[in-house]
Design a protein. Structure first.
Length: 411
């Protein structure tokens, strides 16, 4: 008995790989395929038992794959949904998508999921083994689709949901990219001026022996400080930025404070709040329409919102709904939802079309995000130009003031 246990333990610890093979069946016809196994000998033995004479075995190489992104998972979900709707068997659909994946890491991930399904695991259980790529929302929806026999429909809703969420994120990133890029370039330009240009002008001023105006003296003093202590300045700034983001990721209190602060910002706060509302209502609508019970749906909704304030509010709503409170009343008690959202939720509950009403709310806020991004870009461009013009223009004026004075003296 002990010997059998040891043998089983050794077998369980064998690392499996994906092998492609070619061979001839009993009729002499050329056949090929893929198999997950611990080695070439195991592939050969398995195929021989099936009456296949193996001519070629090759291990698939996934080492050069890139990082798996949310976009990769979204594309896979859409492809899998389309194939299942077209009547392609599940395992064959995984084969087709995995072989067609441009990112080899995606191909390996899909073949791992396929192997689990092939050995008798349900699809949602196979996905749950990879929580880094398939979150609770994804797995719960797939489980609901499998239980109800509507996997193709659920995958279609899930793909649409992920596409809309990606679109919102992309719009917000595009709105923030321009100002951040301009600020970074401005910081680099100002640093170059302070470290190299101002010291060169300082030598010219000292050689002339003339008294310098106050703006120039201030600029020269700041330049001298940066030249002498640049390593301390950049070290402290780098440490502060790193510490800030480290605390933001690790501390719940820090997340709560920063998320509240972000929602209260005068320009960006309104955009972030609309994006959060779009994600919150879209997620709940998608899960509820797939047949996931409301209390279970709320488990995934808070995390999908991407904001700690709404995550905490969702936990409160879930607690109240589980004790018999209506969703509308619980949302009103949370005091973070606009009146329009709670009214639409109330109409949805009364008419039995909660998923439809929440979907309409999500559509509305997604359109609002589009408008807000356009308005934000139009507002920020001139504002940034004015600020940079004042900063860099002020530095140049401070540098050239002594030269103008010297010209007046010579004249």
């Amino acid at each position: 008995m002990a010997t059998m246990t040891k043998t089983a333990a050794r077998g369980a610890s064998v690392k499996e790989h994906i092998f492609t093979w070619e061979g001839k069946d009993k009729a002499g016809k050329l056949v090929r395929g893929e198999m997950r196994a611990g080695g070439e000998a195991m592939v050969n033995a398995t195929l021989r038992r099936q009456g296949i004479l193996v001519t070629k075995i090759k291990k698939r190489d996934f080492k050069r794959g890139g990082r798996i992104t949310e976009k990769d998972i979204t594309l896979f979900t859409r492809q899998l949904s389309t194939m299942i709707k077209a009547g392609v068997p599940l395992l064959q659909a995984f084969d087709i998508v995995a072989k067609g994946a441009s990112n080899r890491s995606v191909g390996k991930l899909l073949m791992d999921v396929r192997a689990d399904v092939e050995t008798g695991s349900s699809l949602n259980q196979a996905f749950r083994k990879h929580p880094l790529y398939f979150d609770a929302l994804f797995c719960n929806l797939v489980a609901a689709g499998e239980a109800a026999g509507i996997l193709d429909s659920v995958l279609d809703r899930l793909a649409t949901y992920k596409e809309k969420i990606l679109a919102i994120r992309s719009k917000i990133k595009s709105a923030l990219f321009y100002p951040i890029a301009v600020v970074v370039v401005a910081v680099i330009v100002i640093t170059i001026i302070m470290l190299f240009v101002v010291p060169a002008f300082k030598q010219v001023f000292s050689g002339a022996g003339a008294s310098l105006p106050a703006p120039t003296l201030i600029l020269v003093a700041m330049s001298d400080f940066m030249v002498d202590y640049w390593y301390l300045i950049f070290g402290i700034l780098g440490g502060v930025v790193y510490g800030f983001f480290f605390m933001w990721r690790r501390s719940e209190k820090m997340q709560m404070v920063m998320d509240r602060l972000v929602l209260g910002l005068p320009i960006f706060g309104n955009l972030i709040r609309k994006a959060v509302m779009a994600r919150w209502t879209r997620t709940l609508s998608t899960m509820f329409s797939a047949g996931v019970p409301l209390v279970e749906s709320l488990d995934s909704v808070g995390g999908a919102s991407g904001n700690y304030v709404y995550r905490a509010a969702t936990k409160q709503i879930q607690s109240e709904v589980s004790t018999g409170t209506s969703l509308t009343v619980a949302m009103q008690n949370a005091n973070v939802f606009p009146n329009m959202v709670t009214q639409m939720a109330a109409i949805g509950e009364e008419s039995g079309q909660l998923d439809t009403m929440l979907s309409k709310v999500a559509d509305f806020f997604e359109a609002e995000v589009d408008d807000a991004v356009g308005a934000l870009s139009s507002l920020l461009e001139p504002l940034i130009m004015v600020v940079l013009g004042v900063l860099i223009g002020g530095m140049l004026v401070a540098l050239y003031l002594p030269i103008f004075k010297l010209g007046d003296v010579v004249g």
